[in-house]
Structures are given as C-alpha cells and as structure tokens.
Design a protein around this ligand. Structure first.
Ligand code: ADP
Ligand code: MG
Length: 245
C-alpha cells in the first residue's frame, strides 16, 4: 500500500445567483497507509466537497490526488451519510454486487461475521435497523479492498449507544483488515475515540488549520473520561480549534 497525497489549490462553485463561491483553497493533506484520519470541521465548510473530489465524483477543481508519487486515481470505498443499499437485494446480495470475479465468496462470510451480521444476511434492507444498515455499508466498502475508505458522517443519525456499537465494530474490522480511512465528523469526541490523527478544517474557503495525533492507547478509546480529558486539553492548547466547533 502507498500513502495518498491530496493537494487542492482551488475548488469553486457557481451559486444559483451566478456568483463564485470558493469552497476550498490551498488545502494539502497526506494520508499515511493504514492510518485512521478524522476530518473535523464546521457544518458547510466543504468536507463532503473534498470527499467527492477525492472519490473522483467531482472533477471540477484545481489540484491533484497522488497515490505515492503517481497521479493515479486511488481505488475508493465510499460510505455516505445514508447507506444507499439496493432495497430489492438482500444484505448478502448487496455485498456480492461489489465483489470482483477473482474474489472468493468466503470473504463475505468473514466480513458478515466481523460485523455480527451473519444471521441477517438474507434480510432485505427495509427490515434492518439503522445501525445494521450502516454495518452493511461498512462491509461493502471494505469488500472492494480499496486504497482509501471515505466515510462522510456515517453515524450522524444513530442514537448514542448504537453509534458506539457501530464505531467499535468498525474499529474491530479495521484492525483485522488495515486500510487507510478518511472519516468526516463534526463531533470531536467521536473523532478522538476513533482517529490516529485529527485534521481540523477552517470554514470556507476550507483549508487545514492543524493536525493533531491522538495519543490515547486503542485499549482506552471507549473510556469516556480519557476521551474527555484529551478533548479538554486539546481545546485549552489550541484555542483556534475551539472557535470552530
Ligand atoms: P460540509 O460537508 O462540510 O457540510 P459541503 O461540502 O457540503 O460542506 O459544502 C461546502 C459549501 O459548498 C457550502 O457552502 C455549500 O452550500 C456549497 N456547495 C456544496 N455543493 C454545492 C453545489 N453543488 N453548488 C453550489 N454550492 C455548493
Ligand atoms: Mg457534508
């Protein structure tokens, strides 16, 4: 695997009243292989815009995405805010759809097991809880074995206990199958509980304000006191960040 380097000089939208809106300016970010990076920034700052650029869904920008030294589009697994499962396919069929012919079907069994969905593999999406749909979406994204997993506030509509459960399952799967992850959230506690590194983003035009390593050991990430202490210290040491949240 190879590090991914993102450099966006400029991303401009034309608004409905024909004005130019600069969404991103001079943003540069490196994603080390198999690290879990959380992007934290205020609502509307341009996080989804950035993910769509990285995923090559939006080509109207100035800048480059490098896989190692080369300008090659990285293979992406994208988990959107809402799971986008096909309603007429079962859980298993929704996952099968993304596999290549070379991939053995047993990979699905292992992924279902790791996300505690083995018993629900023949269910249709309308019969799944919100948390279960998220878990299927996570499996689908991992199944393609991407260079980079993009996750755009995937747990925002879940209640707190379900969000915690799905977060833990995601981390469990990521530790079994290391991947580079770029996870967007505006919830600093969630970011601290999950990330190797936090990347703080400014309001529009969006750029990187600071990057901070999370030093809490993985074994203590479920300890709310440890997460809160880290958060308080971070806000005290970086007043600029406090003004963003
Ligand atoms: P975030 O995901 O951080 O909430 P977005 O990337 O969705 O932010 O949006 C960033 C800014 O770009 C916002 O001001 C939004 O209104 C604007 N924007 C997003 N998509 C479009 C679009 N298709 N056309 C015009 N403006 C857009
Ligand atoms: Mg967004």
């Amino acid at each position: 695997m190879t590090d991914i380097h993102i450099s966006i000089k400029n991303k401009t939208y034309v608004t409905e009243d024909s004005r130019q809106h600069t969404a991103i300016a001079n943003l540069s970010l490196s994603l080390p292989t198999n690290k879990f990076i959380c992007l934290v920034g205020p609502s509307g700052c341009g996080k989804t815009t950035l993910l769509n650029i990285i995923a090559n869904l939006d080509k109207k920008y100035q800048g480059e995405i490098l896989l190692g030294q080369q300008q090659i589009q990285p293979k992406i697994g994208y988990i959107f805010q809402t799971p986008r499962l096909l309603p007429w396919r079962t859980v298993r069929e929704n996952i099968e759809l993304v596999l290549t012919e070379q991939q053995p079907p047993e990979i699905i069994d292992a992924l279902l097991e790791s996300m505690q969905l083995t018993d629900s593999q023949n269910a249709y999406p309308q019969h799944l809880s919100l948390g279960m749909s998220r878990r299927v979406a996570i499996i689908r994204a991992f199944a393609v074995n991407p260079h980079l997993l993009l996750m755009d506030e995937p747990f925002v509509s879940l209640d707190a206990p379900t969000a915690r459960q799905v977060r833990n399952l995601l981390i469990h799967l990521w530790q079994l199958r290391p991947h580079t992850i770029l996870f967007v959230t505006h919830d600093l506690r969630e970011a601290i509980a999950m990330a190797d590194r936090l990347v703080f983003l400014s309001a529009a035009p969006m750029s990187v304000i600071s990057e901070i390593e999370v030093s809490i050991p993985r074994s203590k990430r479920n300890d709310e006191t440890a997460v809160e202490a880290f958060r308080q210290q971070l806000l005290t040491n970086h007043p600029k960040i406090k003004s963003l949240l």
